[in-house]
Design a protein around this ligand. Structure first.
Ligand code: M6R
Length: 364
C-alpha cells in the first residue's frame, strides 16, 4: 500500500535513497572502491560499438548512459528510441553489443528492438527492474536495477536506479578498456556512493521546489534546458511535467536555443534550467543569461558553487548539494520529478494514473 503517503508516486519518490543505495551496493565494492561488473555477454575491452535503445524515460536514462560510455569508457555509441531503431534498418558492427533499458522489461517496441539487434548479431545486455520479464529472458545478459515494484505510472526510483546501473557499467567498461585509472575510478565510485545521502537531504528540504511548483502550475508552456549529461534530464523534466500535469513542456539542449527555440522566450513561458557547477557551467549560464536578456524568467537548479553568478539574472535559484559533475544527472533527476509531482497535485490531476497512459506499454 501507500502507507502514509498520498500517492504511490510520493512514496516512490521517497524511496530514492534506499533504492539508490541498494542498487549501488550491487555494482560497487565499497572497500576497493571499484565498480563490480555483472556477468556480461560481450567483452567490454574490445566491443567496437554499443547500440543503446529504450522508450520514454528509460530512453532518457540511456541517453545519459551514452555520455558516460563515451566520456569514461571511450566506447563508440549509437542510441535511439526503440520505435525508431526497429524500423531504421540500423547498421551495426560485427562483434557489436547492445544495451536495452526498461523498468518493466515488457515494452513492446523495446522488446522488438532487442530481437532485431540479436538477429543482427549483436550481444544484448538488458538493464531491467523486473527479473522475470520477457526482456530479461530474451537477452544474452541482464543487469538488474534494485528499485522494487514501481506502481506510479510516472517512473521515479526506477529511472534513477537505471542511471546508477549505467554509471557503474561505464566505470567498469572504462577500467576494462584501460582508459580509467584506479584513482579516477575510486573518486567516481565514491561520488556515486554519496548520492543516496544527498537524495535524502534533497527530499527533506523540498520547500523551494514546492514554491517553484506554484509558479509553474500557472504556465501553459514550460521550457527545460540543460547541457551534456544534464540535457537528457531536461528532456525528462519536460516529459514528467507533460505526463503528470498536462502542461505543455519542451526540453532543449541549452546550446540549441539560438537555433530556433529562443523565439519562444516570453515572460509567460518559465525556463527551468539544470545548471550545476562543472565544465559546462559557464556555457549553460551564458545561454540562460541570453534568455533572461530577452525577457525570459529563469528558474534554475544548481549548487552552492553555481548559485552566486546565476542569482544575478535568475528569478529563482534552487540550490542542490554540490557533487562531482559525473553524478549530477542522477541528483538532478529527483527535483524535476518532485516538481512535476507538486504541479500535478496543485492541478488536481490523477498523479498515479495519468490520462491515456499505461505503466507498461505492451502494444506498439
Ligand atoms: O517499462 P519501461 O521502462 O520499458 O517503460 C518505458 C516508458 O514507457 C516509460 O519510461 C514511460 O515513459 C514513463 N511513463 C515515464 O515516466
Amino acid at each position: 500500500g501507500k502507507g502514509n503517503y498520498r500517492h504511490f508516486m510520493e512514496k516512490e519518490l521517497h524511496e530514492h535513497p534506499v533504492v539508490l543505495g541498494d542498487t549501488l551496493r550491487q555494482y560497487i565494492d565499497p572497500s576497493s572502491r571499484a565498480a563490480v561488473l555483472p556477468e556480461l555477454p560481450f567483452d567490454p575491452a574490445v566491443v567496437p560499438r554499443l547500440t543503446l535503445s529504450a522508450c520514454g524515460s528509460a530512453y532518457l536514462a540511456a541517453q545519459v548512459g551514452r555520455y558516460w560510455f563515451e566520456q569514461i569508457a571511450r566506447i563508440p555509441v549509437d542510441s535511439d528510441i526503440a520505435s525508431e531503431l526497429r524500423y531504421r534498418e540500423p547498421v551495426v558492427p560485427k562483434g557489436g553489443a547492445a544495451v536495452m533499458v526498461s523498468q518493466s522489461g515488457e515494452t513492446a517496441d523495446t522488446l522488438a528492438a532487442l530481437r532485431l539487434l540479436k538477429q543482427l548479431g549483436q550481444k544484448v545486455l538488458s538493464v531491467v527492474n523486473v527479473d522475470e520479464s520477457s526482456m530479461a529472458r530474451e537477452s544474452d545478459g541482464k543487469v538488474l536495477t534494485v528499485a522494487g515494484p514501481e506502481i506510479g505510472v510516472a517512473s521515479t526510483k526506477a529511472f534513477t536506479a537505471q542511471l546508477a546501473v549505467l554509471a557503474c557499467l561505464a566505470l567498469g567498461f572504462g577500467r576494462a578498456r584501460g582508459v580509467l585509472s584506479a584513482e579516477d575510478e575510486a573518486r567516481l565510485t565514491a561520488a556515486l556512493l554519496e548520492v543516496p545521502a544527498h537524495a535524502a537531504a534533497l527530499l527533506e528540504n523540498g520547500e523551494d521546489i514546492q514554491d517553484l511548483a506554484r509558479e509553474v502550475v500557472q504556465a501553459r508552456d514550460v521550457l527545460f534546458l540543460g547541457r551534456g549529461s544534464l540535457y537528457p534530464i531536461a528532456l525528462e523534466g519536460a516529459l514528467k511535467l507533460k505526463e503528470l500535469s498536462y502542461i505543455h513542456a519542451e526540453g532543449y539542449a541549452a546550446g540549441e536555443m539560438k537555433h530556433g527555440p529562443i523565439a519562444l522566450i516570453d515572460p509567460a513561458v518559465p525556463v527551468i534550467a539544470l545548471c550545476p557547477s562543472g565544465p559546462l557551467f559557464e556555457k549553460t549560464a551564458s545561454n540562460l543569461q541570453e534568455a533572461a536578456a530577452r525577457g525570459g524568467r529563469i528558474m534554475v537548479f544548481t549548487d552552492a558553487i553555481g548559485a552566486p553568478s546565476l542569482r544575478r539574472f535568475a528569478e529563482r535559484v534552487v540550490v542542490l548539494p554540490t557533487v562531482d559533475p559525473f553524478v549530477a544527472p542522477i541528483l538532478h533527476a529527483i527535483p524535476v520529478q518532485l516538481l512535476a509531482y507538486h504541479v500535478a497535485v496543485l492541478k488536481g490531476t490523477d498523479v498515479d494514473q495519468p490520462r491515456n497512459l499505461a505503466k507498461a506499454v505492451t502494444v506498439e
